[in-house]
Write a new protein. Structure first.
Length: 278
């Protein structure tokens, strides 16, 4: 029997079929956002869910994660969305697993990049298997600033805190890369208003993207708004859109500067903050 298809695969119209990377500064609301996904199950690789009423499996090492993935893969459960919070710690567990298995202290001990390749292959193997399951996959990471070089000089870009190789693996498999940010806006009384937002389109200043093309450039950091925007476009059969050619808004720093109290998970004095808070 031929393995080649005879019909095209239609676009996925359900968030529970997609792979999503959500990242941003600490305590901005990433876990709260993911917790509202349909049938959410957290594979918790670090503490931080104490304020949320969620189903969670504590993950303390790579074997814990693999065992949880095997049970999820077997079915016979009500969950529809798997959340690895954080994927950074999952990668650390993977690294430790490979080092112990090969009786080495560092990836470079195997020489010729073999240790790094073993770690990245194992990490990609498990995440790819999860992504192919009939469940949504949300990966949570933190944010950091990196200095970039261009023909006109240096600039700062905000990216997930994963190591470079792991970040490339995750970015390559994600249908959506959601940057959770704080946007300062003027209110009616002239006081600053700090709005928590999701940025979804590629930018010079931060990593983001929406392979489905169904999301607006900026959304409130709220799962109901996120789901409504996606479902509305899916119901219309909206084709993937081309990112706007206009210059994107420059985001707040990944971590607030010492002399600037504004962009942080705590609002500046007199500023109103809207959006999720955990």
């Amino acid at each position: 029997m031929s393995l080649l298809p005879t019909t095209k695969t239609p676009p996925k119209n359900d968030l529970a079929d997609l792979t999503v990377l959500a990242y941003g500064r600490t305590k901005i609301g990433k876990s709260t956002l993911c917790s509202q996904a349909e049938g959410a199950l957290f594979l918790a690789t670090e503490p931080g869910l104490n304020a949320l009423d969620v189903y969670q499996v504590p993950i303390l090492n790579w074997e814990d994660l693999r065992n949880a993935c095997a049970e999820i893969s077997a079915g016979n459960h009500p969950f529809k969305t798997v959340i690895i919070d954080t994927v950074d710690n999952a990668y650390k567990f993977c690294t430790q697993f490979v080092l112990e298995k090969n009786k080495i202290e560092h990836e470079s001990d195997l020489g010729y990049g073999k240790g790094y390749a073993l770690v990245n292959n194992e990490f990609q193997r498990v995440l790819t298997k999860l992504a192919f399951l009939p469940y949504g996959l949300f990966l949570v990471s933190h944010a950091k600033e990196v200095e970039m070089d261009s023909r006109t000089g240096k600039y700062t870009r905000i990216v997930p805190t994963l190591p470079d190789k792991a970040r490339k693996i995750v970015l390559g498999m994600a249908d959506m890369v959601l940057y959770c940010d704080i946007q300062e806006e003027a209110s009616g009384d002239g006081e600053p208003r700090m709005r928590r937002v999701i940025r979804t389109k590629p930018s010079l200043f931060y990593e983001a993207g929406d392979r489905t093309g169904r999301l607006p450039e900026t959304l409130d950091l709220d799962f109901a708004s996120f789901r409504t925007a996606f479902n509305a476009a899916a119901a219309k059969g909206q084709a993937p859109s081309t990112p706007s050619a206009r210059p994107p808004a420059k985001p707040a720093p990944a971590q607030p500067a010492a002399a600037k109290p504004t962009p942080s998970s705590e609002p500046a004095a007199g500023a109103a903050v809207t959006g999720a808070a955990k």
